[in-house]
Design a protein around this ligand. Structure first.
Ligand code: SF4
Ligand code: SF4
Length: 190
């Protein structure tokens, strides 16, 4: 009985410490939120989320950090910042979503592995060329997820119209981008 209580307290302490770290990294506090719902009302992708932005904040307020980390919503968020701009209490929801994504990646809490593959392929492109390389991103993603011809019917016409290039465009200051990646690596962020 005492053992169960100790385990419960320890989980609660861990989730409180984790939430404190997430809030610090996001530069905002979930306790400012009074659940008005303005963030969800303005979010362009809330319809596709399992938890609307307001509910993600509520999960965090209730200490259900694990639930928030496993939510599809954090991956559906498009970082448009509408929510943060609309919030009357100044809660930076977009920054929280971003921090939750990084934490979920770090903890390997991604229910859909395709998301992790997409992230990796995207970052590989930026690291190598200094900007996104859409064709390479799609090819790498499809190869690693075993869906070789996924979206080919969209990609090929876009290439033929010059909307997507088969070859990557490189920026000149790639060294600067590399330095950013190195710094992030040193901070344990990648
Ligand atoms: S808009 Fe701000 S105060 Fe209102 S529910 Fe969203 S986070 Fe909370
Ligand atoms: S930043 Fe994310 S959660 Fe906020 S409104 Fe945009 S898509 Fe929705």
């Amino acid at each position: 009985m005492l053992g169960n209580t100790v385990v419960k307290l320890s989980i609660e302490n861990n989730s409180a410490a984790l939430l404190a770290r997430i809030e610090k990294e996001a530069g905002t506090s979930v306790n400012l939120c009074y659940q008005c719902g303005k963030c969800s009302a303005g979010c362009p992708v809330a319809f596709a989320m399992d938890y609307t932005p307001r509910k993600v904040i509520r999960l965090l307020q209730l200490g259900m950090v694990d639930e928030a980390l496993k939510a599809d919503s954090i991956w559906i968020c498009a970082t448009c910042e509408t929510c943060s701009t609309r919030c009357p209490r100044g809660v930076d929801i977009a920054s929280l979503m971003d921090t939750l994504r990084r934490e979920a990646l770090a903890q390997g809490k991604i229910t859909d592995k395709k998301v992790a593959v997409f992230n990796e392929a995207f970052l590989d492109g930026v690291r190598s060329f200094g900007r996104t390389y859409e064709a390479g991103l799609l090819m790498k993603h499809n190869l690693k997820t075993g869906q070789l011809f996924k979206d080919a019917e969209l990609g090929l016409p876009m290439m033929s119209r010059g909307k997507v290039s088969l070859f990557p465009h490189k920026i000149k200051a790639r060294n600067e981008i590399k330095k950013i990646f190195d710094r992030v690596n040193k901070m344990g962020g990648e």
